[in-house]
Design a protein around this ligand. Sequence first.
Ligand SMILES: Cc1cc2nc3c(=O)[nH]c(=O)nc-3n(C[C@H](O)[C@H](O)[C@H](O)COP(=O)(O)O)c2cc1C
Length: 338
Amino acid sequence: MFNKLLVSDYNIIQAPMAGGVLSPELVAGVINAGMVGSIASGYLSLSDCEQFIQRVIALSSNRFILNLFIEEPRKTSLRYQKPNKIIEIEQQLGIYEQDWFEVPPTIAIHDYLKLVDKYQIPAISTTFGLLSQDVVKELQLNGVKVLASINSQIEAQTALATGIDGLIIQGCTAGGHQAGFAHERQNPLSTLELLQQVRALDRDVVLIATGGIEVSDIHAYLNEHGVDYVQLGTLFMLSELSTLNSSLREFIASKSSSDISMSSAITGKSVRGINNQLMRELDVAEYPFPIQHYASSYLRAKTKSLGQFEYAGIWLGEHQSYQALRFDDLINDIKKQF
Ligand SMILES: Cc1cc2nc3c(=O)[nH]c(=O)nc-3n(C[C@H](O)[C@H](O)[C@H](O)COP(=O)(O)O)c2cc1C
């Protein structure tokens, strides 16, 4: 039994993954297996986020971490001119509709915290930024654990100064966006290298390692490298309980680690995924994150729905293989590491 963060049978966390890949059934499956789930609030409306939370609780319990994006507040939705290169690709593919795009307003942190209170959510994690010291303290007084995602030792120090309970140490091999907040440059550190730097800070907080971790690495991370929890994203996403359809699964299964790269041109922030035509053709971001994310979101969503995966954004961590495991088999393989 582990209780450094939340009471669980296994110190394994299913990673938050925004962008519609997680299903409530997947998160609940992880929780029901005695592990810790995560709900990704990123890109969801507040009511969709609340419905997701309700569904997970109905299927399992509230043993999950609610992940929040920390962004510069936007009070209203804003309209921008679409970058020419993106228009050109949309025209070539015959899907072009308009030369502008909209960026929705942000959801106030306070509104998420009302959900935390209403559903007695035991932990939250932040991505792309930090909560203020006062908010951290208030959450902790209400029994909520607070975690922050970091990509460097400096970010770890900055995050710890806000009084948080733990760090999500994300190496450059992680699927999806690099979740830190202080650096423009690409993170050069593997999960293990970053973990060593963070451990050198010698602080008594919960350490969670994430990024490119295989099932066969779990035992070493927990028993030799001194982390409290291992967080897995891609491996859970490939199981049948995620929302990926069968043609996308087949496309992913045909890939190997040499087909995976990092790009900051698609969304304005470093993101790891399949090195497809989109990654090769888009070489500069006209806007910073998250504006560039919205600039390319119609193109990515449309091509994904049409099965034109060469122009979709398919985020994956660096792994030996992308053959899916059935959810129950994945859970059993993970349990064998204990
Ligand atoms: C499709 C996808 C979406 C992601 N979305 C988020 C997110 O919303 N918040 C976050 O903190 N991390 C996000 N991540 C990063 C994961 O939480 C985690 O760091 C990563 O999956 C770990 O690497 P792995 O996929 O190799 O296990 C995402 C990753 C993927 C693959």
